[in-house]
Every structure is written in structure tokens, then in C-alpha cells.
Design a protein around this ligand. Structure first.
Ligand SMILES: [Zn+2]
Ligand SMILES: [Zn+2]
Length: 296
């Protein structure tokens, strides 16, 4: 199908459909994500309680006691992968296992919120950037951060001398929790894909609509289309406000004001009208709203 046969109306339906699909997927992501986030957060772990205890010790000025507390409490807990106190420069000052002490997490800048609604309680996932980053190597200890089995927990705290610390722990989630949330997690992955794809298609469909609409109205279609391609809804808004208020007559090709009911050049109807009474009709109607005549 050539581009000249696609009408602005058919493209506008595609744009509207993409908006609805994207919006529904986002709403589902918000609801399902907060349900999942709640279940994940509610998971009991020895690391969480100990994190609170360690951060209280730091806030009380007893930073040098925390390694002893961790050694005493975490020795017999197999599910905890890592437990560490990190200063704001990223240096690990206390840890289980102890071999991590002195290593640097490089400012935590490797973690990325994967879901678009991460800030609203949807679980934060860690994306690999060209293979497991240093952060992942240290914190997840050989486990794949993308497979959802590893939980991670942060507590921020400040010692009395004003230094900031992060108590960071990671542990393996229970198989029972993962089985119970599997469907939810997989559906969120699917929704994530739908949101991304509909966003990209929407981004591409809008300039196509503007291009076709501007061409039908005899305006500079290429310029309006390019503007919308690069600025999307901004360009579209400018087009709707400042764009052409004209239509091109399908019979003789002259540019006509969009308020004209008939072409001033050749007399052709520019809007569909009732054959019986001449009032304006809409294409989806079967009968005229004014005189009731059947519309062919
Ligand atoms: Zn005409
Ligand atoms: Zn009529």
C-alpha cells in the first residue's frame, strides 16, 4: 500500500489504539507491580533485621562494632549472599564475606530501574551493561541479577560525625515465594515489552499522521512531519494550534478553508452531506439526523 492511499483518519485510529494499549499496560504494570513489590518486600530475611540493627549501631557512633555483630550473626545463614557496610565513596568497610572489605562499588552507579514505574513501588531490577558489571559481581556473588532469585536491600544511615553509610545486603529468595509470584513476574515482563513497543510505534505513527494530514491540507508536510518525528507530542501540539486550518479539494485540488462545506472553485462537497436535505452527516451514520433519509 502506497503512502498516498493511507488517510489521516486511518493513521489517527492507529495512534489512538496505541495510546489505549500503552495506557492499559501502564495501569496493569502499576497495579501488578505494587502487588508484586508488596509480596517481595514482605519476604522475611535475617538480613533485613540485621541491617536495621547495624544501621542503629552506626547512627550511635559504634561503626567499629558492626563487623563483630555481622560475624556473630551471619555465620550460620546460608541464604545471605553478601552483607556489607559501604561508605558514600563506595568503599566496603565491613562485610560478609570478609574478602570484600576494601573493595569499591564505584558509587552504586551500575544499578538501573528497569520498569518504567520503578519509582512507584514496582521492583527494581538490575540490568547488565554488556555483561555483569563490577557491582553485580560483588553484590550478587556469581548469581544472575536478572533471574529474579536475588533480593537486595539498602539502609542509608549517618554516623554522629556526619559520615553517610549504606548497609547493603543480598540474599537468595525462597523457591516458594518465586513459585507463588512466577506468573506475576512473567506478566510484568510482558507488559514491560508492550509498553516499550507501543511507545515506539506511537512515536513513529504520530509524525506519519501529521505528515498525511498536512499534505491533505496543502501545508508543508515534510517540515511538519520532521518536527513531530523529533519532538513528538510537542510538534503535534504546535501543529494542532498553529498548523493549517485548510483542506485540499479532492476534485480540483485547490486549497480550501476547513470551514467550507463546498469547494469555492468547483462546487464539490468537502464534507459529507445528506442527499435529501443537504445537512452535514457523519460517515458512520446510516440515517440523516435531521430528515431521517437513508444514507447510501
Ligand atoms: Zn474543487
Ligand atoms: Zn437529511
Amino acid at each position: 500500500m502506497s503512502l498516498t492511499r493511507i488517510t489521516a483518519k486511518s493513521v489517527s485510529r492507529v495512534v489512538a489504539t496505541l495510546l489505549v494499549i500503552g495506557a492499559l499496560a501502564l495501569v496493569y504494570g502499576l497495579v501488578a507491580g505494587s502487588v508484586l513489590g508488596g509480596r517481595m518486600k514482605a519476604e522475611p530475611s535475617p538480613a533485613k533485621a540485621l541491617s536495621e540493627e547495624v544501621s542503629a549501631s552506626i547512627a550511635g557512633g559504634r561503626v567499629n562494632e558492626v563487623q563483630g555483630t555481622m560475624d556473630a550473626r551471619l555465620g550460620a545463614v546460608p541464604d545471605v549472599l553478601t552483607f556489607m557496610v559501604v561508605d558514600r565513596a563506595g568503599e566496603i568497610i565491613a562485610a560478609k564475606p570478609k574478602s570484600l572489605i576494601g573493595q569499591n562499588l564505584e558509587g552504586f552507579d551500575i544499578h538501573i530501574v528497569r520498569y518504567p514505574l520503578g519509582a512507584l513501588g514496582v521492583p527494581v531490577r538490575f540490568e547488565r551493561q554488556g555483561g555483569p558489571g563490577r557491582f553485580a559481581q560483588i553484590v550478587f556473588r556469581g548469581h544472575d541479577p536478572d533471574d529474579g532469585r536475588v533480593a537486595i536491600h539498602f539502609v542509608y544511615c549517618t554516623s554522629p560525625d556526619g559520615r553517610g553509610y549504606v548497609v547493603l545486603s543480598s540474599w537468595l529468595r525462597s523457591a516458594e515465594l518465586l513459585a507463588r509470584t512466577q506468573w506475576l513476574r512473567q506478566s510484568l515482563d510482558g507488559v514491560d515489552g508492550i509498553v516499550r513497543i507501543s511507545f515506539i510505534l506511537f512515536w513513529l505513527a504520530l509524525p506519519i499522521w501529521v505528515y498525511i494530514d498536512a499534505r491533505e491540507k496543502g501545508a508543508n508536510a515534510a517540515a511538519w512531519g520532521m518536527l513531530t518525528l523529533f519532538t513528538n507530542v510537542v510538534g503535534w501540539s504546535v501543529y494542532m494550534i498553529a498548523g493549517p486550518k485548510t483542506v485540499r479539494c479532492p476534485a480540483c485540488g485547490t486549497v480550501q478553508d476547513s470551514s467550507h462545506r463546498a469547494c469555492t472553485q468547483c462546487g464539490r462537497h468537502l464534507k459529507p452531506v445528506c442527499a435529501q436535505c443537504g445537512s452535514l452527516i457523519e460517515s458512520r451514520w446510516s440515517f440523516c439526523s435531521r430528515c431521517g433519509a437513508k444514507i447510501e
